[in-house]
Structures are given as structure tokens and as C-alpha cells.
Ligand binder design. Structure first.
Ligand code: PHE
Length: 360
């Protein structure tokens, strides 16, 4: 082919191609057009391949023209594609009576359970004070749940924990296994397994034979704390728990310790923080008739049981109580979350209502 003929052919391809493009109404046909005019077997591609037989001068002229044509066809294709896509969308919105400008439906996202979040927050507070996180069994021996904690058989203190027993008995016909009623059995398990110094927190599920109401669940979490070493005193207990309260409930917190009884600590205490709803005043605004609902007018909120590990417990695990002392505490993360976030019914945690769960 002469140069002249090639240039004419290029013009022809351009003219017919652009004209054909104008007539195309669907994206499907558009693809056919692309194959026909820009594909590897298109006339244009064949022309470009044939250029090698031309002289250098001719090739320069024709090559430049052929590339221009190709670029023009490509641009026109993109433009047409855009127009067709817009038309398609417009058609969809009228034909399907659908407003395509509406935002999409959000995809529901899972998240950590509020108890899990609270447990992690509390454990992290203690981890940053040098405690280690340990876990233990939910099905427990009477031996650890009671005996090792200075609560012998028939001791009236057993009534403090309404127990769910496993239908399993030893040779004497005694029930020996239960769902743990607290995380305290882990105190004995941990001390049996290591020498002091001990600094651990134990989060875990506990079970009680309990009628449920707004403040009682038959299963719930506890976080146990235990620190044993030479020379640990009640001042260490106070300092550690004071720091904990400030981290969870804010820097302004004051704390109060009152005597309480747990067979495995001596002395035993309950720890309270000043009510952060009424700032410990017991009422919400001055002159108000009604007392503060959160602390029931007392100005204080009890958040956990604690005490110095009982010498008998230390003896039981083979620690010499004349050398080692320690403190222990146990708290309920659901209760902490209830106080912190104003949740008024503990049953909400485990009734799987997304309206509640998705708030956290
Ligand atoms: N285990 C006790 C309970 O469940 C709480 C506690 C733990 C008290 C450790 C003192 C020390 O009531």
C-alpha cells in the first residue's frame, strides 16, 4: 500500500468508527466496537503492523497519523462509555423506582461484649501495676472452692455462696464438684503452683444458685486479685486498690474501707468509692428532696471485697505465714460497668438483646 492509500484508509477508519460509536446504546455493544476498532485484529492494528515495509520518512508520517487516530478512538470510547453508564444509572432509578443517591444499608458490625470490654479494662489497670493475668477452671473441686479457703464442710459461711453442685460423688457419697461460686479458688491453685512473689489477677465466670433480679445473676464474672510476698501490708492493699479506683472511675475518687467478713482473709474489708454521681454528698442538687439514686443517699458505693490473706490459707498451700503476707480482692466487672455506665439491671448483660449490647 502506498503512503497515500494508508492515510486515506486511516481517515476512513476514523470516520466510520466514530460514526458507529455514536449509534451504540449499550455497554455490551460498546465492547464489540472496541474489539472491532481497537482490538488486536482490527484494521487499525493491521495497518500499524504493515508500516515496517515503508521507508523511514514515510513511517514517521504515517505512524504519527495512525497513533493520533488510535488516541482519538480511545478517547471517544471512554467518553461514550461514561455517557452510557450515566444513562444506565438514570434508567435504573426510574425503571426500578429506586433512588440511587440514597446511602447504602450499613453492614452490622460485631464487637466485644460489654463484660469482656470491662474485664479487659480492669485487668489492664492491674497489669500496668505489675500484675499477671491468669485463668482457671469453671468446674471446681469443693477442695479449692471452699476447703483451701478456710471454709470447712458444714461451716456456716458456706451459706454466703449458694452453690450449683455437679451430680458427682466420691466413695463416701459426698458431692465434691461444683461450678465455682467465686474466683477465689484460684488463690490456692496459684500459690500451690509457685513460690512468692505472687502478683496475679484472675478474670473468670462464676455461678450461683440464685433467683435472678436487677442486681443478681446466676452466672456472672469476677476478677480475683492476689499479691503475696515478704512484708506486704494492709497499706499495700489500700494503695493498690486506691490506684485502681482512680484509673477506672477518675482521678478525683476517694475510697473507704470498712470491716467485712470473708473466711479466707483477716482482716477482711469491703471497699467503697465516693459516689461519682453526687460527689459523695448523697443528694444530686442542694435542697433536693430526693436522695442520690446511685448511692441511695449514702454517698458511698461498694465495689469489692478484699483483705489480708488468712494465715490458714497460706499454711494450706505451704507458705510460711511468719515470713509471707499478702492481700486478696474480688470484684464484679458487671457491677463496675453498671456503675460506670448507669446500667440499672444486671440481667441485660446476658439476655442477648442487641438494643443493649450495641450501645457499647
Ligand atoms: N470471693 C469473695 C466473694 O465472692 C470476694 C473476695 C475475694 C473477698 C477476695 C475477699 C478477698 O464474695
Amino acid at each position: 500500500m502506498t503512503t497515500e492509500a494508508i492515510l486515506v484508509k486511516l481517515e476512513e477508519i476514523k470516520g466510520i468508527g466514530l460514526h458507529g460509536l455514536e449509534a451504540i446504546e449499550t455497554l455490551e455493544y460498546l465492547e464489540e466496537w472496541r474489539v472491532a476498532y481497537l482490538g488486536r485484529r482490527s484494521q487499525l492494528a493491521q495497518l500499524l503492523r504493515g508500516l515496517s515495509s515503508l521507508s523511514f520518512e514515510e513511517r514517521r508520517l504515517v505512524g504519527a497519523r495512525a497513533n493520533e487516530t488510535k488516541a482519538l478512538l480511545e478517547q471517544s470510547l471512554l467518553k461514550r462509555e461514561e455517557i452510557l453508564k450515566e444513562a444506565d444509572a438514570a434508567l435504573l432509578s426510574t425503571k426500578e423506582e429506586m433512588d440511587i443517591t440514597l446511602p447504602g444499608r450499613p453492614v452490622p458490625l460485631g464487637r466485644l461484649h460489654p463484660t469482656t470490654q470491662m474485664v479487659r479494662e480492669i485487668c489492664n489497670a492491674f497489669v500496668s501495676m505489675g500484675f499477671q493475668v491468669v485463668e482457671g477452671p469453671e468446674v471446681e473441686w469443693d477442695h479449692y472452692n471452699f476447703e483451701m479457703l478456710n471454709i470447712p464442710k458444714d461451716h456456716p459461711a458456706r451459706d454466703m455462696w449458694n452453690s450449683l453442685w455437679i451430680d458427682y460423688a466420691d466413695e463416701d457419697g459426698e458431692r465434691t464438684m461444683l461450678l465455682r461460686t467465686h474466683t477465689s479458688p484460684m488463690q490456692a491453685r496459684i500459690m500451690e503452683g509457685m513460690r512468692p512473689p505472687v502478683r496475679v489477677v484472675v478474670p473468670g465466670k462464676c455461678y450461683r444458685y440464685e433467683a435472678t433480679d436487677a442486681t443478681h445473676e446466676w452466672h456472672f464474672f469476677q476478677i480475683e486479685g492476689l499479691a503475696v510476698d515478704e512484708g506486704i501490708t494492709f497499706a499495700d492493699l489500700k494503695g493498690t486498690l486506691y490506684e485502681f479506683a482512680r484509673r477506672i472511675f477518675g482521678p478525683q475518687r476517694r475510697v473507704r474501707f470498712r470491716c467485712d467478713y470473708f473466711p479466707f482473709v483477716e482482716p477482711g474489708v469491703d471497699m467503697a468509692i465516693d459516689c461519682f454521681a453526687c460527689q459523695g454528698r448523697g443528694f444530686l442538687s442542694s435542697g433536693a428532696e430526693e436522695g442520690c439514686r446511685l448511692c441511695r443517699g449514702s454517698g458511698w458505693i461498694e465495689i469489692m471485697g478484699a483483705g489480708m490473706v488468712h494465715p490458714k490459707v497460706l499454711e494450706g498451700v505451704g507458705y510460711d505465714p511468719t515470713i509471707y503476707t499478702g492481700f486478696a480482692f474480688g470484684l464484679g466487672p458487671e457491677r463496675i460497668a453498671m456503675l460506670k455506665y448507669g446500667i440499672d439491671d444486671i440481667r441485660l448483660f446476658y439476655s442477648n438483646d442487641l438494643r443493649f449490647l450495641s450501645q457499647f
